[in-house]
Write a protein that binds this ligand. Structure first.
Ligand SMILES: NC(=O)C1=CN([C@@H]2O[C@H](COP(=O)(O)OP(=O)(O)OC[C@H]3O[C@@H](n4cnc5c(N)ncnc54)[C@H](OP(=O)(O)O)[C@@H]3O)[C@@H](O)[C@H]2O)C=CC1
Ligand SMILES: Cc1cn([C@H]2C[C@H](O)[C@@H](COP(=O)(O)OP(=O)(O)O[C@H]3O[C@@H](C)C(=O)[C@@H](O)[C@H]3O)O2)c(=O)[nH]c1=O
Length: 301
């Protein structure tokens, strides 16, 4: 197998690089916007600059590299930024997917595409793969449009991995995540307000990477929910993080989502049922406790 990753500098991309480096039978090509931020940790990694919004370049790189599989992790993931800059969001989350899907179909490459719980309206959860999407933000709408584009590309062999609130240690800077934000705020003695009326199944980035690897290895076809299994609110997660790291829980103020005036709406209740991935792929996510322990171990390393 030869697997090409998009967005390799991002959180999921980094975990996929680390996981696939341990598979002797897999050749990895990491790609990302601009230079590699992984060279210090993976000096032998093959890295090719690829902005996925550049259609001719997408075709050029895939035609040159001829991977058997692409895992498309790159996206505009700042949900508020997507609401405020809708054209940029569409370009990165939809137009780019059109380039990749068409090229993968033409070259016979299996595509694993990443999607999100934010395609749902938050009225019910945890959700199975056949739940009806109804996005309430521009980010969610763009990710749903991308799913439909993948599904509608003639001749494409595809899998869609949908996931939920991903956390883990990121090297070299980038988008933070709930576990690191809570830990670092409390360590700095900073009070935080955390919502207790949103429900999620938080996902350890390493587990998501494992799920993507399983999808590619099985040449899976169709939609798979790949997340953690415990339904928690961000407030509940914050308390557990504080507890694990021995930090002051009194700094965590329990609030409603209405307390925040964010540009983009968030679905209240999501979270995923992962039974399909468990049964068909052998996917086994870690508990939230185990996930925090892994984060702690990596920070100490
Ligand atoms: N994080 C989460 O909580 C969730 C994520 N997802 C989905 O999972 C996927 C992976 O997310 P995650 O790794 O956490 O996100 P990150 O934001 O950590 O990583 C995304 C990466 O995509 C790169 N990127 C953005 N635009 C382009 C472009 N035009 N060309 C090439 N690379 C680009 C970014 O580059 P740069 O570093 O230069 O900015 C970044 O490295 C995404 O598709 C996301 O929608 C779904 C649900 C939850
Ligand atoms: C910043 C902040 C967040 N939160 C909560 C709300 C939210 O549920 C959670 C994470 O907030 P963020 O704004 O970091 O992330 P957010 O944009 O809500 O996270 C999303 O990212 C995209 C990419 C996805 O696809 C989704 O699955 C989802 O996890 O933390 C607070 O309670 N207080 C705060 O001050």
């Amino acid at each position: 197998m030869k697997i090409l990753l998009t967005g390799a500098n991002g959180l999921l991309g980094q975990k996929l690089v680390a996981l696939l480096a341990q598979q002797p039978a897999v050749e990895v090509v990491a790609t990302g916007r601009g230079a590699s931020r992984l060279a210090a940790w993976h000096p032998d990694l093959r890295f090719v600059a690829l902005d996925v919004t550049d259609g001719p370049r997408v075709h050029q790189v895939l035609a040159q590299e001829r991977p058997t599989h692409v895992v498309h992790t790159a996206a505009m993931t700042n949900v508020d930024e997507c609401e405020l800059n809708q054209a940029a969001c569409w370009l990165q989350n939809v137009t780019a997917v059109a380039h990749l899907a068409a090229t993968c179909a033409a070259l016979g490459i299996h595509l694993t595409h990443l999607s999100t719980d934010f395609i749902f309206d938050g009225s019910a959860g945890p959700l199975a793969e056949d739940a009806e999407p109804a996005p309430i933000s521009h980010y969610g709408a763009s990710k749903l449009a991308a799913e439909r584009l993948v599904q509608g590309t003639a001749g494409l062999r595809w899998a869609i991995a949908r996931t939920v609130l991903v956390y883990g240690v990121l090297r070299g800077g980038g988008r933070t995540n709930l576990v690191l934000w809570v830990r670092d705020s409390l360590r700095a003695g900073k009070a935080i307000q955390v919502v207790d009326d949103q429900w999620r199944t938080p996902t350890l980035a390493e587990d998501l990477a494992q799920g993507c690897w399983l999808l590619a290895r099985h040449n899976a076809r169709g939609i798979y929910h790949i997340s953690g299994e415990e339904v928690l609110t961000p407030y509940g997660m914050a308390l557990r993080v504080a507890d694990y790291f021995g930090l002051d829980q009194a700094l965590i103020e329990r609030v409603d989502a209405r307390t925040f005036s964010q540009p983009a709406r968030r679905p209240a209740r999501t979270g995923f049922l992962v039974g399909k991935a468990r049964a068909e792929l052998g996917y086994r996510p870690r508990s939230f406790e185990e996930g925090i322990a892994l984060v702690a171990a990596q920070q100490d390393a």
